[in-house]
Ligand binder design. Sequence first.
Ligand SMILES: [Zn+2]
Length: 65
Amino acid sequence: MRTTPPRPLEVTCPNCGETTVYAATNPFRPFCSARCQGQDFGAWANEAYRVEAPPSTEDQDEAQD
Ligand SMILES: [Zn+2]
C-alpha cells in the first residue's frame, strides 16, 4: 500500500497575491495573514455600504411659501 503524504492545498492570497496554504493550519485562508484578511474585508464592507446620497429636496422646499 502506497502512502502519499497529504499535500497542503496552496492558493493565492486574494489581497497581496502571495502563495499561502489553504488548510486548517491557516485560520486566515484563503488569505495569507490576518492583515490581508482584514484589508480585503474592509474594502468589501466599504463597497457594500457605500450609498449614493439622495438628491437634494431644496427645490421642493422653496415652493412652500
Ligand atoms: Zn496576503
